[in-house]
Write a protein of this length. Structure first.
Length: 289
C-alpha cells in the first residue's frame, strides 16, 4: 500500500453558530449588510443563505468573499469561515444551483478537520474535501490506494488526494483562493482538539486532502444540462447534488476519516450515497480540479 510523494459538523438550523475569520486581502473590505450584499451578489437567494449579522464582504473582479456569516442549506447551517461566489464556474440558467455559493470553507466541529465545498470551474458541479493532519494514518495516501474495506463510504468514492495547494499570488488573490483546496489562510497551523476526540496537534502547516466529486454517471452536471435543451432519456434519472447534499457527504467523510485515525469502527450513516458500481467510469481518480 504505497504512499504518493506529491503534495464543524453541520449545525442544525436551531443552533446557529458563526465563526468570524479575517484574512489579509488585496481588495477593500466592506461591512456585510443587506445594503452591501445584495448589490454585490445580485441575488436574493444568495443573500438569504448568509446567516447572521455583521461580517465582511470583499470583491475582486468577478469573485466575492464573505466572512463572519454562517451558510444555510436546505438541511441546516454550516459554520462557515469563508464563503466565495465566483462568476467563472457559476452555472447559468435556471436550476437548483441558483443562490448557491461556489466555495464554502469550514471546520467540522465533531472531527476537528477542515472541510471545503467547491464548484468545478468547467462543468459547474460541486465536490467535497476534507483535510487530515500529518499524524493521520492515511496522510500521503493516493485516493486510489485507499483500501475499499477501510471504512470510507462517500458519494462516488474518493476521487482526490493531494497536499494543500500553493498559496495565492499577489495579483488576483481572491480568484486564486476561490478555487484553491487548502485550509483557510492565516489560520494557526495546529489542529485544535475537540472535546470528544484525542488530543492532537499538527506542526506541519499543510493538510492532506481527500475529496469526492459529483460528476458521475448518475449525477446531473449543470453545464451538460444547459447544453442539451432536450435531455436524453438516460439523463432523466440523473440528480443534481446540491450544497446540502455535498455538505452532508463532506461531514460524513470527515467522521469516517476521524474514526480511522482513532481506530474506531466506521460511523453509521442514515442516508447512503449511490453505490459506486452504478458508475461505469469508476476506477481512477480525476486529479485536481
Amino acid at each position: 500500500m504505497a504512499k504518493t510523494t506529491t503534495s464543524k459538523a453541520l449545525v442544525p438550523a436551531g443552533r446557529r453558530k458563526t465563526t468570524v475569520m479575517r484574512k489579509a486581502a488585496t481588495v477593500a473590505v466592506a461591512p456585510a449588510t443587506d445594503g452591501t450584499l445584495l448589490p454585490i451578489l445580485g441575488s436574493d437567494l444568495a443573500v438569504a443563505k448568509l446567516i447572521g449579522d455583521g461580517g465582511d464582504v470583499m470583491r475582486e473582479g468577478g469573485v466575492v468573499l464573505v466572512t463572519g456569516r454562517a451558510y444555510a442549506t436546505r438541511a441546516g447551517v454550516v459554520p462557515a469561515e469563508e464563503i466565495f461566489y465566483d462568476q467563472a464556474p457559476r452555472p447559468g440558467g435556471k436550476g437548483p444551483w441558483l443562490g448557491e455559493a461556489d466555495k464554502v470553507s469550514w471546520r467540522d466541529e465533531a472531527s476537528g478537520y477542515d472541510c471545503i465545498m467547491l464548484r468545478d470551474t468547467d462543468d459547474g458541479f460541486l465536490s467535497g474535501y476534507v483535510g487530515i493532519p500529518h499524524n493521520h494514518p492515511l496522510w500521503g495516501w493516493d485516493n486510489g490506494a485507499v483500501p475499499s474495506d477501510i471504512g470510507i463510504e462517500v458519494h462516488g468514492g474518493l476521487t482526490y488526494s493531494r497536499l494543500c495547494e500553493e498559496g495565492p499570488s499577489p495579483a488576483r488573490r481572491l480568484a486564486v483562493e476561490a478555487r484553491r483546496i487548502c485550509h483557510v489562510t492565516l489560520r494557526p497551523a495546529a489542529y485544535h482538539p475537540v472535546a470528544h476526540a484525542t488530543d492532537h496537534r499538527v506542526e506541519d502547516p499543510h493538510a492532506w486532502w481527500f475529496g469526492f466529486s459529483c460528476d458521475h454517471a448518475y449525477d446531473l452536471i449543470p453545464r451538460h444540462a444547459q447544453i442539451s435543451s432536450r435531455p436524453k432519456s438516460s439523463e432523466l434519472a440523473r440528480t443534481y447534488r446540491d450544497d446540502a447534499y455535498v455538505v452532508r457527504e463532506t461531514v460524513a467523510l470527515a467522521a469516517q476519516l476521524r474514526a480511522i485515525a482513532e481506530g474506531d469502527a466506521a460511523p453509521q450513516r442514515d442516508d447512503q450515497p449511490p453505490p459506486i458500481g452504478l458508475d461505469p467510469r469508476r476506477g481512477g481518480g480525476r486529479g485536481r480540479l
